[in-house]
Write a new protein. Structure first.
Ligand code: THU
Length: 142
């Protein structure tokens, strides 16, 4: 297994400090590496209208797209809680959109736990851009 990407974890822990979480009190930080080598980060931003809140991963991916990158290589997600944080269902879909099935998703916490998961393990048989591509008769789902 690849060594855990401490530069991404460092960025994710730093941006987690900025999380706006007056409702859940559960701060999350995410930092991703794009194919260009650039790192983008984001934190969760909640709202009094609860469903309008956005996840840390969504913020990091939006920053990546705004920065001109489209290819997500790996992403680290950090929080503090009983079980290691893993991306919610919607964010799994967001990660697959830009990272494809092989993207590495790293989960971590402040006490040093680290876990690597692939996007396809988090979201098997994902619907994705390939699903809407022209039919070649040979395509398998991600
Ligand atoms: N949250 C994230 O930002 N990312 C995750 O991977 C899981 C959940 C946020 C959403 C909400 O602000 C808080 O954590 C509690 O669900």
């Amino acid at each position: 297994m690849t060594d855990s990407p401490e530069d991404l974890f460092e960025a994710a822990f730093a941006v987690r400090e900025m999380a706006y979480v007056p409702y859940s009190h559960y701060g999350v930080g995410a930092a991703l590496r794009a194919a260009s080598g650039r790192i983008y980060s984001g934190c969760n931003v909640e709202n009094a209208a609860y469903p309008v809140g956005t996840c840390a991963e969504a913020g990091a991916i939006a920053a990546m797209v705004a920065g001109g990158d489209r290819d997500l290589v790996e992403i680290a997600v950090v929080a503090e809680g009983g079980a290691l944080v893993t991306p919610c269902g919607g964010c799994r879909q967001r990660i697959v959109e830009f990272g494809g099935p092989k993207a590495a998703v790293w989960a971590g916490d402040l006490r040093g736990r680290r876990r690597r998961i692939t996007a396809e393990d988090l979201l098997p048989l994902a619907f994705g851009p390939k699903s809407m591509a022209p039919d070649t008769g040979e395509q398998e789902p991600d």
